[in-house]
Design a protein around this ligand. Structure first.
Ligand code: ZN
Length: 295
C-alpha cells in the first residue's frame, strides 16, 4: 500500500508536471527575452546584431534614429528627445543602457534576485531590447520605475524596420503600461494574491508574463490604431500580429489553467471584449512574408 501510495503521489506529480509542460507548450515557449526581476516585462525577441557604421554627428542638434543607430553616444539624447512631449505615468525616466550595467544596478538597488524565465546574464553587454522591471514584491504600491533600453533597438536586425514613431509607441504606450502595472498591480488579481499564487505554484510565472503582455497590448494597440503615433504600416501589423498570437496562445493555455490563472485570463479577456478597436483584427498575408526579413 505504501508503494502504491508513493506511486500515486509520483503519478500525480508527473501529471501535474505534464500539464505544466502543456501549459508552456500552449504558450509557445521559448519566447526570447522573458526575464524578470521577479518579473521583468519587456518586448521580447532577442536577435542578431548588426554592426554599427560610423556616421556624422548632426549639426542641427536634432538627433535622428539613424544617427543614434550609428553612434551609441547619441542614444540617450535621442531617447530624451523622442519622449520629451510625452507623459509616462509612474516612469522615472527612459534610460539607455549600453553595457547592461544600469539595469543590473537597478536590480541590486531593489534587492531583486529571482528572475522569471531567464537569468540576469541576459543583460550582459546591454544585448537586450526594452525592459520595464516589475519587481513583484514591490508591485501595487505606487512606485515609479525606469524604462531601460538596451542595444537591440539600435543594433538588431529585428528592429531595423523601425522608425522613431514606432519606437516611441513601444516606449510610451507599451512600456508605459508596464509602468502602470508595476505601480498599481494588474487589475485582475490583487498584488498580494498574485505574489502568493506564484510562490505557492498556483500561477505559472510564464502564464503571468503573457497576461501582463496582453494587458499591455490591450492598452497600447488602441492608441496605435487611433493614430496617436505616426507609426509605419509594418509596425502596426506587427503589433496586431503579436496581440492575435498572444491571445491565441493564452486561450489555448487557459484550457488547462488553474483557478487563479483562469481569473487572470478572464479578467484580461473581458477587457479585450470591451474594446471595440480590438474586434475583428486581421493582418494581411503580405506581412507574414515581410516578417521573414526581420527574423
Ligand atoms: Zn511587454
Amino acid at each position: 500500500m505504501k508503494n502504491r501510495g508513493k506511486r500515486n503521489v509520483a503519478e500525480v506529480a508527473e501529471r501535474r508536471m505534464q500539464s505544466r509542460r502543456q501549459l508552456l507548450a500552449a504558450l509557445g515557449i521559448g519566447v526570447g527575452g522573458v526575464a524578470a526581476a521577479f518579473l521583468l516585462l519587456g518586448t521580447g525577441s532577442a536577435l542578431r546584431m548588426n554592426k554599427s557604421a560610423p556616421s556624422a554627428v548632426p549639426s542641427s542638434g536634432m538627433i535622428t534614429f539613424d544617427n543614434a543607430r550609428s553612434t551609441h553616444s547619441l542614444r540617450q539624447q535621442f531617447l530624451d528627445q523622442l519622449v520629451s512631449t510625452n507623459q509616462i505615468p509612474y516612469c522615472t525616466g527612459v534610460v539607455y543602457d549600453h553595457d547592461g550595467s544600469k539595469i543590473q544596478a537597478y536590480f541590486q538597488s531593489v534587492g531583486a534576485t529571482e528572475f522569471i524565465g531567464g537569468k540576469a546574464s541576459v543583460f550582459h553587454n546591454g544585448n537586450y531590447d526594452i525592459k520595464t522591471p516589475d519587481v513583484l514584491n514591490r508591485a501595487g504600491q505606487g512606485h515609479a520605475v525606469p524604462i531601460f533600453v538596451g542595444r537591440q533597438p539600435f543594433e538588431a536586425n529585428s528592429f531595423s524596420y523601425m522608425n522613431a514613431e514606432d519606437l516611441r509607441h513601444i516606449i510610451v504606450a507599451h512600456e508605459g503600461q508596464h509602468c502602470q502595472q508595476h505601480a498599481k498591480g494588474l487589475p485582475y488579481l490583487s498584488p498580494s494574491e498574485t505574489l502568493a499564487g506564484l510562490q505557492e505554484g498556483k500561477i505559472h510565472p510564464i502564464f503571468l508574463y503573457h497576461i501582463a503582455e496582453h494587458d499591455a497590448y490591450l492598452h497600447d494597440l488602441p492608441r496605435l490604431l487611433r493614430g496617436e503615433f505616426k507609426a509605419s504600416e509594418y509596425h502596426i501589423n506587427d503589433a496586431k500580429q503579436r496581440f492575435i498570437q498572444n491571445g491565441f496562445n493564452l486561450t489555448r493555455a487557459s484550457r488547462i489553467a488553474r483557478p487563479l490563472e483562469l481569473r487572470l485570463f478572464q479578467g484580461v479577456m473581458s477587457g479585450v471584449q470591451m474594446e471595440p478597436l480590438l474586434r475583428d483584427l486581421s493582418v494581411p498575408s503580405s506581412h507574414y512574408e515581410a516578417m521573414k526579413r526581420f527574423k
